[in-house]
Design a protein around this ligand. Structure first.
Ligand SMILES: Cc1ncc(COP(=O)(O)O)c(C=O)c1O
Length: 439
């Protein structure tokens, strides 16, 4: 099946042509990138922006000369781009090494405001980067940690339990937007509401959600939200949103010469400028995707290109996510149906298509046939030899794999579908997996 035959929402041939990495082969097989949850591929424009910065503008920031001024302007542009992506103000956007480093820094600063007897809530479903920094802070400050549990049968957050763990002593609720292991999308708006009702801060990890759904921090009303651009077609960097009031009131651990102005007081040392240059290009990639799909959505007869260009960047990003969502949904349905037909294959998380709004297109599976050759690592290795890039293990969702008692036997095999994947890839993957497990 040609890639153009997939789903009307997206022009897959033109999308894939923008990602040079997608043309690779492994042992003569076309490479199939189902490793998006670990990091997505980047379009040519991101590569160009990074190398272009190093060629023309490479300098430290804050200097009174041309390349330094261009560097400052480039960082400001990237901040504005991320503000459109997240729906916030540009001075509420901070750049850092990655989500984990940003969260450690923010957890220490938040900890300065806490005292023994205060409480925080973390979840069993989260990636450890939204757990361990809070555990460390709690240990240092004498703060009590409460865990929100999950429903084992579908790997969704137990919202009644979460609500019960929040009380008048709760100062912070740390929760994920989507699980990087089993794909569950949490009711984040409700989590923020519960936190705020108790006077607590809400810290949201949107790293896994970023490539799959529209993030709107204004609508969520969260206090902090963190994501990583390398998960949504950009460079290896982390981005943190914080409400202005918090960024102004709270005290970062910072060097004295660094300005007290927000957001800069939260950005420590020299940033990764070349990668920040790639962020604007990644956001523009989304916006162009939206500009191309939106007119067609309005009218099957098509719209003049000028109508597409009239969209604001934020509106274009919204349109892109709508189209991405439709495409991923079709991929997910096909993958789920195929996986369900493989005997002794257990699928973790939501499997009922009528509930697919509660999940994204990341699947965790295990063969339950007792064959050690079918554990996640040997399976991922055999698939990898045929060009299928999946992942095995816990992907740092350690609390989940321990809770479900799969940690000692290799965790899960994770299949991550993003919008540049095709139905043809899904079909070929299912055929290869069936052959490997002889189903
Ligand atoms: C859900 C989730 N949170 C946090 C992280 C950590 O992100 P980073 O690598 O930017 O520190 C990851 C990385 O895989 C993730 O999937």
């Amino acid at each position: 099946m040609p890639i153009t035959e997939t789903i009307p929402a997206l022009d897959l041939a033109s999308i894939r042509a923008q990602f040079p990495a997608l043309t690779q082969t492994v042992n003569g097989h076309p490479a199939v990138f189902f490793d998006g949850p670990g990091g997505t591929q980047v379009p040519e424009r991101v590569i160009d922006a990074i190398s272009g910065y190093l060629r023309r503008d490479n300098a430290n920031s804050g200097g009174a000369y041309a390349t330094s001024r261009r560097t400052d302007a480039m960082i400001a542009e990237a901040r504005a781009a991320m503000a459109d992506f997240l729906h916030c103000l540009a001075d509420e956007v901070m750049f850092g090494l990655n989500m984990t480093a940003l969260t450690y820094a923010m957890s220490r600063a938040i900890g300065r405001e806490l005292k023994p007897g205060d409480e925080i809530v973390v979840t069993r479903l989260d990636h450890d980067a939204n757990v361990s920094p809070w555990l460390a802070m709690a240990e240092e400050r004498g703060v009590t940690v409460r865990w929100a549990e999950i429903h084992d049968e579908d790997c969704t957050l137990d919202m009644a339990d979460l609500a019960a763990k929040i009380n008048s002593k709760t100062k912070l609720v740390a929760a994920g937007y989507a699980s990087n292991a089993v794909g569950t999308i949490n009711p984040v708006k409700e989590i923020v509401r519960l936190a705020h009702a108790a006077g607590a801060l809400a810290y949201i990890d949107a790293v896994h959600y970023g490539p799959h759904g529209l993030i709107d921090v204004a609508a969520l009303d969260c206090d902090f939200l963190v994501c990583s651009t390398y998960k949504f077609f950009g460079p290896h960097l982390g981005v943190l949103f914080g409400k202005r009031d918090h960024l102004t009131r709270m005290r970062p651990y910072k060097v004295r010469p660094l300005t007290e102005a927000i957001p800069f007081r939260w950005e420590f040392g020299t940033l990764n400028h070349e990668c920040i240059a790639g962020i604007t290009a990644a956001v523009e990639y989304f916006a162009d995707l939206g500009r191309q799909t939106e007119p067609c959505r309005d009218s099957r007869l098509g719209c003049p290109p000028s109508a597409a260009r009239a969209l604001t960047r934020r509106t274009a990003i919204e349109a892109a996510h709508q189209a991405i969502h439709e495409h991923e949904r079709v991929l997910l349905e096909r993958m789920m149906t195929g996986l369900q037909q493989i005997p002794k294959l257990k699928i973790y998380g939501i499997t009922d298509p009528t509930r697919f709004a509660e999940r994204c297109s990341t699947l965790a599976v295990r063969m339950e046939d007792g064959n050690p050759e079918h554990q996640p690592l040997p399976l991922a290795t055999k698939l990898g030899e045929r060009g299928f890039f999946t992942w095995d293990g816990n992907y740092y969702a350690l609390n989940l794999t321990e809770h479900l008692d799969v940690e000692k036997t290799g965790g899960f095999l994770r299949i991550g579908l993003v919008h540049y994947n095709t139905l043809e890839e899904v079909d070929r993957f299912l055929a290869a997996l069936r052959e490997i497990v002889r189903a």
